[in-house]
Design a protein around this ligand. Sequence first.
Ligand SMILES: [Zn+2]
Length: 306
Amino acid sequence: MTIKQRALQHIINVRTSEVSKIQALANKVQIRAFSIPEISHAQANYSAAIWASKGNEKDANLIKAKADFEKVLKANNLSLDKLYPNDVICDKCKDACIVNGVICSCSVKTYIDALRKESGLMPDSFTFSDDNLKCVKDSKTKEVLEKAYHQMSVFVNKYPNVKKNTFVFSGLTGTGKTCLSQAVANGLLEKGFSVKYVSAFAFNNAMIAVHTAPIESRNDLISDYLTCDLLVIDDLGTEPITRNVTLEYLYLVLSTRQEKNLSTIISTNLDGDGIMTRYQERIFSRLTSKAFSLSYNFEGIDLRKI
Ligand SMILES: [Zn+2]
């Protein structure tokens, strides 16, 4: 299952449990209510009147029997709604949580919460509405950051109708690349897209787990990295290089995602030379491909021109 399929399953489970709770409560109310003789009697009269009316809602006996029943219920602090709650919580989707292939408005928040939980992004992570540039003093850094923030917020607004899908944010620690990665991730989550946010260290460990797993379970272990709408790998270059894993799986994930037009953000302390030396030509060219990639160096140097 993909992240989105799991989030969908989650909202359906939540709704099923809400419906069962309402039904269980109604059952309790009914048992208590019908143990009261006057309610039981009024209900029996009302049922008989429904039967005798043959579907005619204006039948005088039916109207009277209903009014009597409601009066007795009210006297016991009850109502028809409490006794017989609606069969569905949401009339729009009839509790399917999906309408015309789209998540129903009744479940959007629960869906996004589930996506957020899957993403690995902290609840207090940055968003585009935070004033992330306020504390940047260096004017050249600020200029590049402003441009990057602008372009990435356009990317989020237009997503999924975007041409570039691979972004490299490079620069020393504290230049704002992590804030921007988080803002993009939050932006796409809010639009209902799936995100996976991992440190390079955690990504490398996940790939070691894939590499060393039995062949039949490898697909399941790597699937989220190959199918989520946005993958963020934070701090590339800080992970150890594991033979047959680090470079091979990074290339596999990057190239698969580019071919499927799925988005990837890499943040790194390395500059272009550093990436080339550590990850070699084929990963470097994926990260700097003119067709798919956009690179920002937050100290004002365009990575592609190095
Ligand atoms: Zn609904």
